[in-house]
Design a protein around this ligand. Structure first.
Ligand code: SF4
Length: 398
């Protein structure tokens, strides 16, 4: 830190010690942290984030399976491969049987939660009650078949549907603003309402669902915008806060945009850990695959997301196929990355306990020290065989 001024160093140390003592940085300090540029300062930030993670979660991380069951979408977000105007890809909508099969394989692979994601498919969104009933029935069936916590990312749906999804077994509602700069939002999410998206999350929370918010970096936002977004996530009291780096998508108006490196994302992960110490912060395999997992964990993430069972013809978001069919996005494949950091998958009971205590307003991480893991009703995740073998990609009819 020799080349930084004394004031800089004092300020950084003050912010980090306050965070360790339980006082989260405010907006100005968040922007200061996000603007750190020298290696020593950044490494102090990451180190603090890991200490805070360890205090709340020990050495345990949660694993999420990603089941992208429909890549159809009626929206036209500028950054997204699955925008309706992109004619350069083959889309699918899996049948209920295929989705159930994929969910069962995912559960057997050892994940803690299944993330049911779809674009805003006209099949579900444009057929009134009939379409949303199909989504609710699907959720019920998957809950029964997989017996795991479920996260649902259906886009913006009516309050009645959210209530029915919650009753059908959806524990989480994920709906990402991607940016809290309203002007940028309206440029990126064409013809969509910033406020309706926000309201959907608040409604889900009021219905007892856990809520995930998300940011996408590298689309023209400033550090101040990111600072505002982090503060907004804190005000929304989100249960999970994810950040991903924009990767240009072929066939979209942003395909030639510069693809930023992951450092900005890592710094936001660390800052989120300081601001939301006992909440879940994902390291997504979707951005840089298995190769990018370690650095995200080193920045303070405590959930590995976008695990995908190979052989089911399921796509990713930032990368449609990255590491999927090579079985590099499975609980088994990430084992060595966790081990190298003395981390391990939590038990399923750990996850259920965290969800229950968070729902009851007692978020505080996990209640057991690492040498006293919770009694587990489920098999040891590390001993579960990897699911799925290679099977052909299945294309669905509309
Ligand atoms: S980001 Fe979501 S809503 Fe927007 S085009 Fe892509 S799938 Fe559709």
């Amino acid at each position: 830190m020799a080349h930084q001024t004394r004031d800089h160093n004092l300020r950084l140390k003050g912010i980090l010690s306050n965070a360790l003592a339980g006082t989260a940085p405010g907006r100005e300090d968040i922007v200061f942290l996000l603007s750190l540029s020298d290696e020593d300062s950044i490494s102090m930030l990451f180190d603090t984030a890991r200490q805070i993670r360890s205090r709340h979660f020990g050495n345990r991380v949660f694993l999420y399976g990603f089941l992208y069951f429909s890549t159809e979408c009626k929206n036209d977000c500028l950054f997204c491969k699955y925008r309706r105007s992109n004619r350069s890809l083959i889309r699918y909508r899996k049948s209920p049987e295929e989705i159930l099969e994929a969910a069962e394989a995912m559960a057997a692979s050892g994940v803690h939660l299944i993330d049911l994601t779809m674009g805003e498919s006209a099949f579900f969104h444009n057929r009134g009650d009939l379409g949303f009933k199909a989504l609710v029935d699907l959720t019920k069936g998957i809950k029964r078949a997989a017996g795991l916590p479920l996260m649902i990312s259906p886009g913006v749906v009516p309050e009645k549907t959210l209530a029915e999804l919650a009753a059908a077994g959806a524990d989480w509602y994920a709906c990402y603003q991607e940016t809290y700069n309203r002007e940028l939002f309206s440029t990126l999410r064409l013809d969509q309402s910033f406020d309706r998206r926000m309201e959907a999350k608040k409604t889900a929370g009021s219905l007892g669902m856990l809520v995930e918010e998300g940011l996408l970096l590298g689309m023209g936002e400033t550090l101040d915008d990111v600072g505002d977004a982090v503060m907004a996530m804190q005000a929304l009291d989100v249960d999970q806060a994810r950040v991903m780096t924009f990767r240009p998508q072929a066939g979209t108006p942003m395909e030639l945009l510069h693809s930023p490196d992951a450092l900005g994302e890592l710094m936001v992960i660390a800052v989120l850990r300081l601001v939301l110490p006992d909440r879940l912060i994902p390291a997504s395999l979707d951005v840089d695959g298995l190769a990018g997992l370690g650095q995200r964990l080193d920045a303070g993430a405590n959930v590995v997301t976008s695990l995908v069972v190979p052989g089911q013809g399921l796509a990713g978001v930032a990368h449609q196929t990255l590491d999927i069919e090579g079985s590099r996005r499975t609980p088994r494949a990430i084992g060595p990355v966790l081990e190298a950091r003395s981390l391990k998958p939590a038990s399923r009971n750990d996850y259920l306990t965290w969800m229950a205590s968070t729902r009851n307003g007692h978020a505080g991480g996990l209640p057991w020290p690492d040498n006293l893991s919770s009694p587990d009703l489920f098999p040891d995740l590390e001993k579960i065989a990897p699911g799925g073998e290679d099977r052909p990609f299945v294309q669905m009819e509309n």
